[in-house]
Ligand binder design. Structure first.
Ligand SMILES: [Fe+2]
Length: 213
């Protein structure tokens, strides 16, 4: 990240929200019942300050159990947008220690190259997606970090500054919706992080959350 920091100081720092702003946090009482075991694990393990590898090892099977069945996601959290992908909040910890989000990809939709600055777990619920990792190959050049990884329903992947934090994600399909469930170690919609272009140019952004309709 040292190279990224150096490039960042030279970059355009315009804030570019990539989602429609959140208008209201979801009613926690309406949190889908199927999320409760995962939320219980997050509330159990995060306060203990476990090292990231151990924390992710404990959480991973609970996210895998959540996405092994696709019969629980409310329709409002599964609605695609014709113009861009959506990220709907399923549960945001009141203390901002973690958040659970549904990412809904319309046909052919993709994210910009971006980072997270925190650990995240991604569980594929419906359809499929490709994630392409990137790394700095020089102070002003992002290069692919290995081949794209395809996620299929039931699979879980991790991101973090430790594991590799810069990637671009796209729907694997041009003709159907795909959905993945993401867990982050912060209130991901509210923190400032970065998007990148392939010349290494960095732009600050706060993603927000998509409004539920
Ligand atoms: Fe991401």
């Amino acid at each position: 990240m040292a190279e990224a920091a150096r490039t960042f100081s030279q970059a355009d720092t315009t804030s570019v929200p990539v989602s429609r702003p959140l208008t209201a946090l979801p009613d926690l009482a309406a949190t889908p019942e199927r999320l409760q075991p995962l939320i219980a694990q997050l509330e159990r393990w995060i306060p203990r300050g476990l090292p990231e590898p151990e924390l992710l090892e404990k959480l991973r099977p609970h996210l895998a159990a959540l996405v092994e069945r696709d019969d629980w996601l409310p329709a409002a959290h599964a609605r695609p947008d014709p113009d861009r992908y959506r990220q709907y909040p399923l549960h945001v910890d009141p203390e901002g220690r973690f958040s659970i989000v549904s990412f809904v990809w319309g046909p052919g939709q993709a994210t910009p190259i971006h980072d997270h600055l925190v650990w995240g777990l991604i569980g594929m619920l419906r359809g499929a997606e490709y994630t392409q990792g990137y790394r700095f190959g020089g102070p002003e050049a992002l290069v692919p970090d290995g081949p794209p990884v395809r996620l299929s329903p039931g699979q879980v992947e991790a991101v973090s500054p430790r594991l590799g934090d810069i990637h671009r994600v796209r729907n694997a399909f041009d003709d159907e919706v795909s959905i993945s469930i993401h867990v982050y170690g912060t209130d991901i919609g509210r923190i400032e992080r970065h998007t990148y272009d392939e010349s290494g140019r960095i732009t600050r952004f706060v993603s927000g959350y998509s409004a539920l309709e």
